[in-house]
Ligand binder design. Structure first.
Ligand SMILES: [Zn+2]
Length: 90
């Protein structure tokens, strides 16, 4: 799959896409498809890091019960939660 941000062909698009999100170069809209039971990612390039006021309108635009917007901040929260869960499990 070709990355819309850096135009490279990548194998693990999901991990690659999140790398761009972490670098504030893009945001991702993740849509859950119950028919295939898998999530589809769409990566949107950013010209500049998102500021607080820009995130809300994007959430309104993209978020549905089946779709969520992943920005750098959101991703950090999710990863932090995953880490805490892992620590509790061990
Ligand atoms: Zn890329």
């Amino acid at each position: 799959m070709k990355c819309p941000v850096c135009k490279k062909s990548v194998e693990n698009f999901r991990e690659h896409a999140f790398g761009h999100v972490r670098a504030d170069e893009a945001y991702v809209v993740e849509t859950w498809d119950p028919q295939t039971a898998s999530a589809k990612l769409v990566l949107y390039p950013l010209l500049a890091p998102l500021v607080r006021g820009e995130i809300k309108p994007l959430q309104k635009k993209f978020e549905t019960p089946d779709a969520r917007l992943l920005t750098r901040g959101r991703l950090q929260v999710l990863e932090w939660r995953r880490k805490v869960r892992r620590r509790r499990a061990s």
